[in-house]
Design a binder for this molecule. Structure first.
Ligand code: PLP
Length: 238
């Protein structure tokens, strides 16, 4: 099959699985945005994905996001989903519609400052580390609760929700408690915040567990590998 045909088929299959998961819990599929994670995709595949109808693309490395946004110049929204160092904030802001991976108050302060200098508020999600795995990025729950008022007071960031990654597991069901915990935390933060901070997004779910995430309330899933099935790279990953 051609790259275009394979990518279009993969995209349709992932969308079908999202819709089926929505159906199981009575959600409308239009409530769930698919961010197609392109970090393992070759440029040709990414072009094919956009031709097949993807609008939201995600990269985990700031430099690669910027390089691809500039080189591809596609009519898409780029999402930064991986760790951001403060010295890269200025680089990524002009190219990024939503930063999913804010994992410290200092980073959030830098984003607010740079966004203020650009004259355009930055849309962000706060990354939570809920799976109990060591060495993962993200706030833990108590840390987030303790900085929440300071975070909300920053003038040039819009905190639109929360993001998490479940621990790697062979059974996707193992991710369910992590996703349920993110949703519960969102509800808790909402109850302490005025309506001006609706925390509309839960960014959770990857190729191995996105259906469980949808069942637990994800509004954004970040799917990479499942979109590249049947395609082979020269380096052998994907
Ligand atoms: C790579 C990555 C994804 C996509 O992972 P797949 O398993 O390839 O779907 C999602 N979220 C983050 C933060 C990632 O780094």
């Amino acid at each position: 099959m051609s790259v275009e045909g394979q990518v279009a088929e993969n995209l349709a299959r992932v969308r079908g699985r999202i819709a089926a998961a929505c159906g199981r819990v009575g959600r409308d599929p239009s409530e769930v945005a698919l961010v197609a994670v392109t970090k393992y995709g070759e440029l040709e595949w990414v072009r094919a994905l956009v031709a097949a109808g993807a609008h939201d693309l995600g990269e985990s490395r700031p430099q690669q996001l910027v390089a691809r946004a500039v080189e591809l110049a596609l009519p898409v929204r780029w999402h930064l989903i991986g760790h951001l160092q403060r010295n890269k904030v200025k680089l990524v802001l002009p190219h990024t519609c939503l930063i999913h991976s804010v994992d410290s108050l200092r980073l959030l302060e830098s984003i607010s400052q740079q966004a203020g200098e650009r004259g355009q508020p930055a849309r962000v999600l706060l990354e939570l580390h809920l799976s109990g795995e060591a060495a993962k990025d993200g706030f833990d729950k108590n840390e987030l609760l303790s900085i929440w008022d300071q975070a909300r007071a920053l003038p040039h960031v819009q905190i639109e929700g929360l993001m998490t990654m479940a621990a790697y597991a062979t059974d996707p069901e193992d991710a369910r408690p992590t996703f349920a915990a993110l949703s519960a935390l969102r509800d808790e933060l909402r109850s302490r915040s005025p309506a001006t901070c609706p925390l509309k997004h839960l960014s959770m779910g990857m190729s191995g567990d996105f259906e469980i995430a949808v069942e637990e309330g994800a509004t954004i899933v970040r799917v990479g590998s499942a979109l590249w099935e049947g395609l082979a790279t020269a380096e052998g990953h994907g």
